[in-house]
Design a protein around this ligand. Structure first.
Ligand code: F0G
Length: 436
């Protein structure tokens, strides 16, 4: 049997390109490309097929991305696939977080459990596979940290040279460390993420390097599996809402496409509403939403959440489509709200990076405004790992004066049992607990 065909379609003018065409954008109009796969044969029970693969112990079925390959990149052969593996992230239920958000049924899909610590690995395995299939001589990305670490790791596995552009002073130390360790050429650019993306696009075109940012349609295909996997974990009983942090809008676009396809293939009978949450200092998409998406806005971004410190999101049009098709909403939360959510998520033993906490802070804010009902079922996507940014954690817990709420100071002591006892007494006393 010949494998089903896939094509790349320009979102703007409808121009069609072959699947193996490595153009970064539509050669006719410059629009972003989107993948379209021939639908699987009607006789195939996709749910049963996906479920059967869950028990795999070897091969590409072990990946939480490639297990869904009919909807990701059906023509890629096992030998071509560059997989860590990735995905298979947990759906977590923590009463303390749900209570804080004011929602009875709140689950967290923790993408920080991916191999390099963020959801980017799901898109990167597909984009790197495609880079190898199209014989790329090198790969590149602009990044606020997570994409660069992911690109560097997968490029190392694929044995391709990697080039990353990160904004000077605005990339978390944990991610920079990973990127260097995996061996990428790391260019620290004096400018914002938006400047880095412009430079990465220009240099890739000029130097014949493949750009693997989420403007690359293969990234989007991989990131769709966050939604497919969470739906499968819920036995295809879709929640009412899926909330996620929104920066460059690749993930918002991927979620919209996943839901559209899952619905049209009959995997789910109805589509959950998307809640895309931005930081209030970097909220062009939220401002535009408030105005019915009447215009495309750019801002000078500022927020502690470096991952979403983005003022000119690249995947704008497809994210607008995702919000419209899901009857979704876009909201913004302050840095204080985000850090308060993060403190609750961290203290529940889950932990996430600041940008990820926007998805829980946003749910609380939308609940307070009556947009989300108290009894509606919500999944918040935590996009990255707690240890992305150890510097800011140490600053928060150890160095900030006066100590902020929830600060957990380390205590230096003499090497005696008596000193341990005193420290333990103070610790328990502060929490209203008694020693012994
Ligand atoms: N959450 C995390 C942890 C991220 O790293 C990013 C983006 C986002 C959310 C926003 O997702 O851009 O698809 O809307 N990080 C990019 C990077 C910019 O370079 O790692 P988006």
């Amino acid at each position: 049997m010949t494998p089903p065909a896939s094509r790349q379609i320009c979102e703007r003018c409808g121009n069609a390109l072959a699947e193996l065409d490595a153009s970064p954008a539509c050669p006719a109009c410059g629009g972003l490309l989107e993948l379209e796969h021939a639908p699987p044969d009607d006789s195939i029970d996709l749910r049963a097929r996906f479920a059967a693969r869950r028990g795999a112990v070897a091969g590409i079925d072990v990946s939480g991305v490639w297990r869904y390959r009919e909807l990701v990149l059906p023509t890629a052969s096992s030998a071509e696939i560059v997989s860590h593996p990735e995905g298979n992230t947990p759906l977590l239920d923590r009463a303390a977080v749900a209570t804080w958000a004011g929602i009875e049924h709140l689950l967290m899909k923790h993408e920080g459990h991916n191999p390099t610590g963020s959801f980017k690995d799901r898109g990167m395995t597909v984009a790197m596979t495609q880079a190898r299939r199209t014989r790329a001589r090198a790969v590149a990305c602009a990044s606020t940290g997570n994409t660069s670490a992911s690109l560097a790791a997968y490029a190392a596995q694929a044995e391709l040279p990697a080039l990353v552009f990160v904004p000077a002073g605005k990339v978390a130390m944990g991610k920079l460390a990973q990127t260097m360790a995996y061996g990428a050429l790391t260019l620290v650019v004096r400018g914002t993420f938006d400047d880095c993306l412009t430079l990465a696009r220009g240099s890739s075109a000029a130097l014949g390097v493949q750009l693997l940012n989420s403007v690359n349609p293969f990234r989007i295909e991989g990131q769709k599996t966050i939604v497919l996997e969470l739906l499968e974990q819920l036995a295809w009983d879709a929640p009412d809402w899926i909330a996620l942090p929104a920066g460059n809008l690749g993930n918002t676009s991927a979620f919209g496409k996943a839901l559209r396809e899952a619905r049209s293939l009959g995997l789910i009978p109805r589509v959950p509403r998307l809640a895309a949450i931005q930081a209030s200092g970097a909220a062009p998409f939220a401002h535009s939403f408030a105005n019915g998406f009447a215009e495309r806005i750019t801002v000078q971004p500022e927020t502690v959440a470096t991952a979403i410190r983005i003022g000119a999101p690249a995947s704008w049009d497809r994210a607008v489509r995702a919000i419209r098709e899901t009857n979704g909403v876009v909201a913004a939360v302050s840095d204080e709200e985000m850090l308060a959510a993060k403190a609750v998520i961290d203290a529940a033993g889950v932990g996430c990076e600041p940008a990820s906490a926007a998805s829980v802070a946003g749910v609380r804010a939308l609940r307070a405004r009556g947009v989300i009902g108290a009894h509606e079922r919500v999944v918040s996507v935590l996009t990255g790992n707690l240890l992305k940014d150890p510097e800011s954690l140490v600053r928060y817990h150890q160095e900030t004066e006066p100590a902020p709420a929830g600060a957990n100071r380390p205590v230096e002591i003499e090497s005696t049992v008596r000193a341990v006892e005193r420290a333990l007494d103070t610790f328990l006393g502060a929490r209203g607990l008694r020693a012994g």
